[in-house]
Design a protein around this ligand. Structure first.
Ligand code: GLV
Length: 323
């Protein structure tokens, strides 16, 4: 019987024994992702692909596949994959929702608190030997407790962020494509508002919307102009949701007070990006889901999706369900 062939685009933080029982595995061992040309060659002969958000799985690549039965991505987002082409070729695409919700919500709060209370600046200040005495006005930031939090996109992660806000006695506003059930709003303690209203009223704005044609550059010059001068923006979703030139200008000119972003466009951020010159911006290297337990769960979920696809079964977590 034909032994299924699988290509995994990076070393995974889990055991591959179960997958080895059903497939011959090739793992890309480098730290950098496989170049596109390598993937394009590999995809011609494999039955299963396990990929990451750094791999461009576009129309050309999917169309080059001759026996590909499943694409399994170790991430909840899948904007790097051409889903319509995969669906047209009847290839199911798996992803890893749910397991990373808490880790990403936790990290959103880590960024929010670090930006508000200037943790990164404080560390730099101390290491530079500038701490000479206790000063009444040293490194002041805004209150978090009692502030207004605006959540853009109240999906799984947005909801988990809202739950955490309760501990800080915040007023929580949200805007979303669709308004949630009144019961959910009540249990989360959130108020539905327009995008404009949220921008105008929030002390902290946090982005939890997927990247799509609709949300590309959702935050641009006009949106920053609507925000409070004291506002802080957090992004743990996708870099493309923010127009980075507009963000740079807004931070430089004090249109908003600060930002903390875990995602950029492109990734990694070019080392000569002007954003890197700003003190009122914290940038993390896309580590929202990076707790040990979460990454292991994500890898296991991606493997479960892959195995199901190889067997011709319905993927436990499928983006497209092609019939
Ligand atoms: C991370 O950004 C993910 O989509 O899982």
């Amino acid at each position: 019987m034909h032994q299924a062939k699988v290509f995994i685009t990076r070393r995974l933080p889990t055991d591959l024994a179960q997958l080895r029982e059903v497939a011959t595995i090739e793992v890309w061992e480098e730290r950098q992702p496989p170049p596109y040309e390598v993937l394009l060659e590999k995809v011609k002969t494999i039955d299963g692909l396990l990929c990451l958000l750094t791999d461009r799985i576009d129309k050309q690549l999917i169309e080059a596949a001759t026996c590909l039965k499943v694409i399994s991505q170790m991430a909840v987002g899948y904007d790097n994959i051409d889903i319509p082409t995969a669906t047209a070729k009847k290839i199911p695409v798996g992803h890893t929702p749910g397991v990373l919700t808490d880790a990403t919500a936790d990290f959103t709060w880590a960024l929010l608190m670090a930006a508000a209370r200037r943790v990164v600046e404080a560390d730099r200040f101390t290491r530079a030997g500038l701490w000479q005495t206790w000063e009444p006005d040293l490194l002041l930031g805004p209150n978090i407790t009692g502030a207004t939090l605006g959540i853009v996109g109240l999906g799984r992660i947005g909801q988990a962020v809202a739950r955490r806000a309760k501990g800080f006695e915040m007023r929580v506003l949200y805007t979303s494509k669709q308004r949630c059930q009144a019961e959910l709003e009540k249990s989360l303690g959130v108020e539905f508002v327009s995008f404009e209203g949220l921008l105008q009223e929030s002390d902290f704005v946090t982005i939890h919307t997927p990247l799509s044609d609709d949300t590309y550059h959702f935050f641009s010059y006009r949106q920053f102009e609507m925000m409070k001068h004291s506002a802080i923006l957090i992004n743990t979703a996708r870099g493309g949701v923010i127009n980075q030139d507009a963000l740079y200008q807004a931070l430089l000119q004090g249109q908003i007070a600060g930002a903390a972003i875990d995602v950029t466009d492109p990734e990694p951020i070019p080392t000569d990006s002007l954003l890197l010159t700003l003190d009122n911006l914290i940038i993390a290297p896309h580590i929202g889901s990076a707790s040990q337990q979460t990454r292991e769960k994500m890898a296991n979920m991606a493997i479960a999706n892959l195995i199901a696809g190889l067997k011709g079964e319905r993927l436990p977590y499928c983006v497209n369900h092609p019939s």
